[in-house]
Structure formats: structure tokens, C-alpha cells
Write a new protein. Structure first.
Length: 229
């Protein structure tokens, strides 16, 4: 399958095309690389169940590793895994039966009363709740007063923009997931020229892989330069 590189490729389209290529990510804890950018977030997950507060919010840009951390937490705690798009009132029964809960990709459009009910269940029954979101939950434009007061009881674990050390590891892992081994010199070359953004980095890696497949050649400096230019 040959795909045409598009400068307007959005995140959803990129995810789908990666699936079309048969690429699967590893969410093993050993494959999660820790640097200054994500040190606090990883430490919070490792510290479970000895959390200072029962609700933790992993906040960071798309592709910053939130899902990887959520999967590590799921394995450690046997948590109920939920996506924010698929949560309705009836899910409260399942939450009631679970000791640990994960809600992925929380956004400001989420039902505030439902979120407040979930927070109440967690606090009343001494459960653990891991929320992931692009924005820190305490900066979201919620208006329900009771919910706003509950947000003060959250630990915010923000994943910062990647440093060079983390970029190196992400590139290495991304191509490892594709069963591709890159020369260290090529990775160093990419690091010096790539934007310090998880989303931009993810798209850049995809385009390299795509062009390599299109040309039926292994990844080399010529392909990297063609993408950069």
C-alpha cells in the first residue's frame, strides 16, 4: 500500500494510516523512557497505591505518552479502562465495582455532573482515578461549583515538551515498533532538526516511514533530508 505524504495530515488520519501499515505500539513498562520531561508523571504511576490524593491527572500533548502510562497503570492496578467518549450515567455501576479507574482523553465538553458523580464515588469509596487530558484539568473551563471544588483534590502530573534525550528515545521506539533499526548518526541528525513537539515528531516519523516504503529503500540521510526540505 502506497500513501501520498500530505502536509495537512491530521492526528486522526495519521493514526488510521499507521494502523493501515500494520504498526502496533508496545505499552510495556520497560519500553517507557523517562527523562526530565516526563519524570514526575512516571513517578506518580510508580508510586501507586501510595498516592497523596486519590485522583491523578496526566496532562500533556497528544502523543506525549499518556496512553502508555495509562496502560502501565492499568496493568499495575487492574483498573477499569474507559474512554471519555464512551461514558454515560450507566457506567457508574461498573465504576462502583472497580477499585481503580482510568478515563482517557478528558475534554471540557465532558458532562460536568457526571464527572462530579465519578469524583464523589472515588472519594467516598476510597478508589483511585487516573484521568488523562491534553490540558491540565484545573485549567479546563468547567463551571459547576461543586466540581470546581473537587478539582483541588487532584494531583496534576504534566508531561512537558520533549528534551533531546526523550526525542532520541521516542524515535528509537517508534521505529522499533515498525521493526526498523536506525543508525545513531541518522537519529542525531533528526534530533537537531525536528520540532520540539510530540505531535510534529510523530508526524515526521510517519512521513519518513511512508517515503521509505514508497521508494522501497531503507531509511537514509537522503530520505530524511527530503522530508525536512
Amino acid at each position: 500500500m502506497v500513501l501520498v505524504v500530505s502536509n495537512n495530515l491530521n492526528a486522526k488520519g495519521l493514526d488510521q494510516k499507521l494502523l493501515d501499515f500494520g504498526i502496533t505500539e508496545s505499552f510495556d513498562e520497560n519500553d517507557y523512557y523517562v527523562s526530565k520531561s516526563n519524570y514526575f508523571a512516571k513517578n506518580i504511576i510508580e508510586a501507586w497505591p501510595k498516592w497523596e490524593k486519590k485522583i491523578v491527572n496526566l496532562a500533556g500533548e497528544k502523543y506525549s505518552g499518556k496512553t502508555h502510562l495509562s496502560n502501565i497503570f492499568k496493568k499495575k492496578s487492574n483498573a477499569l479502562y474507559l474512554h471519555s467518549n464512551n461514558i454515560e450515567d450507566k457506567i457508574l455501576k461498573k465504576i462502583k465495582l472497580s477499585n481503580s479507574i482510568i478515563i482517557e482523553d478528558l475534554e471540557e465538553s465532558f458532562d460536568e455532573k457526571l464527572l462530579y458523580s465519578i469524583f464523589n464515588l472515588v472519594e467516598q469509596d476510597n478508589k483511585y482515578l487516573l484521568l488523562s487530558s491534553k490540558k491540565p484539568i484545573d485549567t479546563m473551563k468547567f463551571t459547576l461549583p461543586d466540581l470546581l471544588s473537587r478539582l483541588k483534590n487532584c494531583i496534576i502530573a504534566k508531561i512537558e515538551q520533549p528534551d533531546d534525550e526523550l526525542i532520541y528515545a521516542i524515535i528509537l521506539k517508534s521505529f522499533s515498533d515498525r521493526q526498523i533499526k536506525l543508525d545513531n548518526k541518522i537519529i542525531d541528525y533528526i534530533i537537531k532538526r525536528i520540532a520540539r513537539s510530540y505531535s510534529k515528531m510523530h508526524e515526521f516519523i510517519y512521513k519518513i516511514d511512508e517515503l521509505s516504503l514508497k521508494k522501497k529503500k531503507s531509511i537514509n540521510f537522503k530520505i530524511i533530508k527530503e522530508i525536512i526540505n
